[in-house]
Design a binder for this molecule. Structure first.
Ligand SMILES: Nc1ncnc2c1ncn2[C@@H]1O[C@H](COP(=O)(O)OP(=O)(O)O)[C@@H](O)[C@H]1O
Ligand SMILES: [Mg+2]
Length: 398
């Protein structure tokens, strides 16, 4: 019996294909998927709203994009905005922390700043790594006193400390995840003081025009001042570093984005969250790609909320201009196709013959029955019912 394949079935028992198998278990939506794949291959910047009802496949599509993007050579980060994750979209520092936590690169296991920074460092100084022109500019010809390319001084200092190998990487990563947890003094100690022997040139941040305002340590390591400016700079820098290390850029996937309506209570904070959303769509502050999963009523609900709170003087058309991708629920033929894929894998997992006529007919009627009763969430119910039927048949066969 095949343990890896059994793991796939375990996950399908709960109605969800496991990571790494999402592409295989994707059916239907051929044109939608082709369009998305082209979008990834062309590395278009900007954002897209993915609209579909509950259970219609938003999270699935985000996972599909994740797998495809990793295969195409992007860095990706998956962020879920539910009450549990406590990420508020008006708080760019929380968003940035969540992006760091969910960050993944191709061919590496694990998530976070660690695999990303390790990969970046390896590309510069590893055996294959050729410090090209862009790296010369990023590191100011290896002097590491300032960067001609990176926009966030804090992120630059973090990368520099990482490369030195003298800092505690656990602390650095934890600080990137939640910058507010550390004082300036603690982080200066870790990133600058402990690594000072590794660099012949002292930090000279004001040597570059764009960092001229970063004169004191408390500003250098501050992610909230100036309307969270350094958060946007860091997002941009992750994208820049990914590209410089040979990847295609950064893609951010936001699931459960409707949370901005239910979990932010103040209307001013909500407006700030909308503003951040528009920033992602404008592509001015972040040059990577981003995707936002919402239900079809999202735009209507946002406008309604603003109206109810008496915010008439708001440019509502901003919502209508957001590029959108609407998904229809899967049809019965799609579910039948999915069923064939699941039964083939079940056969491999438990080494039995799923190709008999009884089983084929049985599966057919299971799909028909479940697809006709469960309206919302029917794909998931169908997947569970298919596995349950196959499990029962297997037991009878034994
Ligand atoms: N195109 C698809 N092919 C195969 N399974 C899908 C597809 N889209 C969705 N599913 C499955 O449907 C179920 C519901 O999808 P999900 O993404 O969780 O919905 P949503 O996030 O919109 O509520 C999941 O079991 C998912 O694996
Ligand atoms: Mg979902």
């Amino acid at each position: 019996m095949n343990v890896e394949v059994q793991r796939v079935i375990e996950s399908l028992r709960l109605g969800i294909p496991p990571d790494g198998y999402v592409r295989y278990f994707t059916v239907g939506r051929i044109s939608e998927i082709a369009e998305l794949t082209v979008r990834l291959q062309q590395s278009k910047s900007g954002a897209l709203l993915l609209k579909a009802n509950y259970g219609s496949g938003k999270s699935h599509l985000l996972r599909f994009i994740r797998e495809t993007a990793l295969k195409e050579g992007f860095a990706i980060s998956s962020v879920t905005l539910d009450a549990k994750s406590s990420v508020r979209f008006n708080r760019m520092d929380q968003i940035l922390g969540a992006v760091w936590r969910g960050l993944e690169i191709p061919h590496a296991s694990g998530k976070g700043a660690r695999p990303f920074f390790d990969f970046v460092c390896e590309q510069v100084y590893g055996s294959k790594g050729v410090a090209g022109e862009q790296w010369q500019r990023i590191t100011n010809k290896d002097k590491w006193d300032f960067s001609q390319v990176l926009d966030s001084p804090a992120n630059f200092i973090a990368l520099r400390a990482w490369i030195s190998g003298r800092c505690d990487k656990n602390i650095v990563e934890d600080w990137l995840f939640q910058t507010g947890k550390y004082t300036t003094k603690q982080i200066y100690q870790e990133l600058v003081y402990k690594t000072r022997m590794c660099f012949r040139h002292e930090l000279a941040l004001t040597n570059t025009v764009k960092w001229q305002n970063y004169t004191t340590n408390s500003i250098i390591f501050n992610f909230k001042s100036d309307a969270y400016a350094q958060c946007w700079f860091t997002l941009r820098d992750i994208h820049t570093l990914a590209c410089a290390a040979g990847l295609k850029g950064l893609i951010i996937l936001f699931d459960e984005f409707e949370d901005v309506l239910s979990n932010i209570s103040s209307i001013e904070h909500q407006k700030a969250a909308f503003q951040n959303l528009f920033q992602f769509f404008s592509g001015n502050r972040f040059q990577g790609m981003s995707f936002f999963a919402v239900t079809p009523e999202f735009v209507y609900k946002c406008k309604q909320r603003l109206l109810n709170k008496g915010h008439w003087d708001y440019d509502y058309s901003q919502f209508d201009r957001l590029p959108t991708f609407e998904m229809s629920p899967l049809e019965e033929d799609n579910l039948q196709e999915l069923c064939r894929k699941i039964s083939a894998i079940h056969g491999i997992a438990y080494g039995w013959d799923v190709n008999s006529e009884t089983i084929e007919l049985g599966l057919n009627s299971v799909v028909k029955r479940v697809a006709s009763i469960a309206v919302q969430d029917r794909t998931r119910q169908t997947i569970k019912a298919i596995v349950q039927f196959l499990d029962e048949q297997l037991e009878e066969n034994e």
